[in-house]
Design a protein around this ligand. Structure first.
Ligand SMILES: *Cc1c(COP(=O)(O)O)cnc(C)c1O
Length: 437
């Protein structure tokens, strides 16, 4: 028994008795950085308060969904109203149509969309659709990209391009990942070789266009262009996993950023989650009409969900999307995020700490590395001990960033210039601690 007066410690001990590791999603346990997770009591705007009633400036925002900040009044009102009308019907509602229309309006590569309850479910269904529509089995993914925890996607690279992946989790039979080829992100040559070897068998290539599960790594424009060309040439579908980037890096999502650099660019299937639910369990996948009509009940690809298109979740997502599509929203959000990143860079430089950082819209990443990494191997060159010092240095100063060096960060519309200035000041002190190590 611990005899701590810290209520987070008390709750963590209690949680560990009844929940594996004390958490319902592994990264929350602080295993990488050490220490006790903060148990959140409540949140408002850019802040949350832990079990000790201590306030933190929140740069996780539920890992992306809280783009308006916590407890935005328009969203709270919509959810309260929806709750009074009923929690779940297992029958269609007008609100599902409204949310689908709202999504399609901003993401022109999608003509139809199916709503589900988690990003994992959406990614898994997108792959089933790609396989069903092409009649092929193989899928290509990239090291460091996370597409949810479906069996076929919990895979790391095999020993060469001719061999397929190895499971990264116990409980995933080798047979289940034998069709998944894992390549290095931003490596055009490997991509070309893989398509030369396996192109006719590839159902889809799935990618995080700006990878937020290895901190923040952009697919280079030439690499993305080759992904598109090779998929089209070989009859494979390009699946954009925009669960994190969708409605977060731009109103038109990451695909609109690439379309600016590559005329006419679009993916075949888009997977969404996080922001579109505004903090409630909601995700989606969509694409061209002919492809989406392969889904049951119209077509042979089966997929279903008791809580899919849930009336409370759709109300939350809809209210969120209606706020973020207001004129100037993304310019203001991107400006804030940019000022944070610039401030962090200046603070690191002032303390002589090797540092690089990048951002797009309301998503950012930073590295204790002199230049921005291009792939997972380079990201993992970060010294874990240094990251942990920075993490705890910030946490002690009331700034909450992801408790792992391979996660992105998120700014919300509720973060003020003052919050950002406080964060930069805290970071400068934390960088100072690094230099003393
Ligand atoms: C969060 C995330 C997922 C998984 O979504 P869940 O809702 O956690 O299942 C999939 N892909 C990407 C890119 C994500 O960031």
């Amino acid at each position: 028994m611990t005899h701590s007066t810290d209520l987070n410690d008390t709750l963590f001990e209690r949680a560990k008795r009844v929940i594996p590791g004390g958490v319902n999603s592994p990264v929350r346990a602080f295993r990488a950085v050490g220490g006790t997770p903060r148990f959140v009591k409540r949140a408002q705007g850019a802040y949350f308060w832990d079990a000790n009633n201590r306030r933190y400036i929140d740069y996780i925002g539920s890992w992306g969904p809280m783009i308006l900040g916590h407890g935005h009044p328009a969203v709270v009102e919509a959810v309260q109203k929806a709750v009074l009308e009923g929690f779940s019907f297992g029958a269609p509602t007008e609100r599902e149509i409204e949310l689908a229309e709202e999504i399609l309006k901003e993401v022109p590569s999608m003509e139809m969309v199916r709503l589900v309850s988690s990003g994992t479910e959406a990614g898994m269904s997108a792959i089933r659709l790609a396989r069903g529509a092409t009649g092929r089995s193989k899928i290509i993914k990239f090291e460091g990209c996370y597409h949810g925890h479906a069996d076929a996607l919990l895979v790391k690279a095999g020993s060469g391009l001719a061999t397929f992946g190895n499971p990264t989790s116990a409980g995933v039979p080798a047979e289940v990942v034998q069709h998944t080829l894992v390549l290095e992100y931003n490596n055009v040559q490997q991509l070309e070789e893989a398509f030369a070897l396996h192109g006719k068998d590839v159902a889809c290539l799935m990618i995080e266009p700006i990878a937020g599960n290895m901190n923040f790594v952009r697919a280079s424009v030439p690499f993305m262009q080759r992904c598109r060309e090779l998929c089209s040439q070989h009859g494979a579908l390009l699946v954009f996993d925009e669960v994190m980037t969708g409605f977060r890096v731009a109103l038109g999502s990451a695909q609109s950023v690439y379309a600016q650099a590559i005329p006419g660019f679009k993916p075949d299937i888009t997977v969404l989650g996080k922001v579109i639910g505004g903090g409630m369990p909601l995700a989606a996948f969509g694409g061209p009409r002919a492809l989406m009509e392969q889904m049951a009940p119209l077509g042979p690809v089966y997929q279903a969900g008791t809580l899919s298109g849930n009336p409370v979740a759709t109300a939350c997502g809809l209210a969120t999307l209606r706020e973020i599509r207001k004129p100037g929203f993304f310019d203001a959000l991107a400006g804030k995020t940019r000022s944070l990143v610039d401030g962090l860079k200046a603070a690191a430089a002032a303390e002589g700490v090797p540092f690089s950082a990048d951002c797009e819209g309301g998503m950012f990443g930073f590295f204790l590395l002199p230049t921005l990494p291009q792939n997972y191997g380079q990201v993992m060159k970060t010294e874990g001990v240094k990251f942990n010092t920075l993490f705890h240095g910030l946490l002690d100063r009331g700034v909450y960033i992801a408790p792992a060096l391979y996660e992105a960060g998120f700014v919300s519309a509720a973060h003020s210039a003052d919050d950002i200035a406080q964060t930069v000041a805290a970071a400068r002190e934390a960088f100072g601690l690094l230099q003393k190590q």
